[in-house]
Design a protein around this ligand. Structure first.
Ligand code: 3PG
Length: 306
């Protein structure tokens, strides 16, 4: 069968080599579409593919419609907000992600961004340290847990808010459970956003939460730019000259934010969270293994369109 890897932001070569060896080792054929610039290139490449691996590439209903043999699409990564799940389900196509495989890379970036903001984006002058500061982890999933663990190594006091995780789990890991998002923002110098982007969370981080942060508060967003209410963020940054925002990747109004707030805002030029060789290998190989297993046995572990 033909397995297409479609990545406008390609995997590291070592990951592609690993994917190839899994795919060809199971007597399938690998097709690569990298650095494409138009959706039409993806439509053409997917026509005869039986399976597809993507990263943040948009798998729209048009992509699904263009495919004739597609049985499975795997998002090599955690967030699957780029997949049109309804279109997949309507065509009986299994959609999966590879949860946890690139979490460490994202968590390390979150702490790196925190240091960068604490040191005033490396401008001369007096920065501050993370030690002794309070960190609020907004969503205690695979990434949130790793962020909490690394932050404890920095000597931070860690709190977490996640309605889907019990206080017991957090307590056992030395993290203080907070029952309301408002409480997390009101209490913490730093907040790390680790929520998925979905209908409930898009635009959900706005003035009501941000304005509650203590003096000098900083939000680190390695989740999705869409979870932030950009207009309200601009408004709060205007009203509160002490607040800071660091995000992977740039919000739509970033030019305006940068012009108005300078070093108080930072954005990566391209989504950097999972841009490590290790994350590429972990997520890419997991995706290839999941596809090979599904094609051989029908195994649907990690299906997200149930
Ligand atoms: C994820 O959801 O797994 C991350 O955002 C990684 O995205 P990427 O594969 O586009 O780097």
């Amino acid at each position: 069968m033909k397995i297409l890897v479609a990545t406008d932001k390609p995997f590291a070569k070592v990951a592609v080599d690993g994917i190839r060896s899994i795919v060809e080792g199971a007597d399938h054929t690998l097709a690569l579409l990298e650095k494409y610039t138009t959706p039409e290139e993806l439509y053409a490449a997917v026509v005869d593919a039986d399976a597809m691996i993507v990263r943040s590439d948009k798998v729209t209903k048009e992509v699904i419609a263009a495919s004739q043999n597609l049985k499975i699409v795997v998002r090599a990564g955690a967030g699957y907000d780029n997949l049109d799940l309804t279109a997949c389900t309507e065509r009986g196509i299994v959609a999966m992600n590879t949860p946890g495989q690139n979490s460490n890379a994202v968590a390390e970036l979150a702490l790196g961004m925190m240091v960068y903001m604490a040191r005033n984006t490396f401008q001369p002058g007096t920065g501050s340290e993370l030690k002794g500061k309070k960190l609020g982890v907004h969503a205690y999933g695979n990434i949130g847990r790793l962020v909490a663990g690394i932050a404890k190594g920095f000597g931070m006091e860690v709190y977490a808010y996640d309605p889907f995780v019990s206080a017991d789990v957090m307590t056992k890991e030395g993290v203080q459970c907070v029952n309301f998002a408002e409480e997390l923002y009101a209490n913490c110098h730093y907040v790390s956003l680790n929520i998925p982007a979905n209908a409930q969370t898009k635009g959900s981080i706005g003035a009501a939460l941000l304005s509650k942060m203590p003096k000098g508060g900083c939000v680190i967003n390695t989740a999705r730019k869409e979870v932030m209410n950009e207009d309200e963020l601009a408004q709060v940054l205007e009203e509160r000259q002490d607040l800071k925002y660091s995000t992977d990747v740039a919000p739509d109004n970033f030019a305006l934010l940068k012009e108005k707030f300078g070093a108080r805002v930072f954005a990566t030029p391209k989504k950097m969270g999972a841009e490590t060789a290790e994350a590429n290998i972990n997520a890419g190989l997991a995706a290839a293994n999941q596809i090979v297993k599904f094609l051989a046995t029908g195994d649907k572990t990690f299906q997200v369109n149930k």
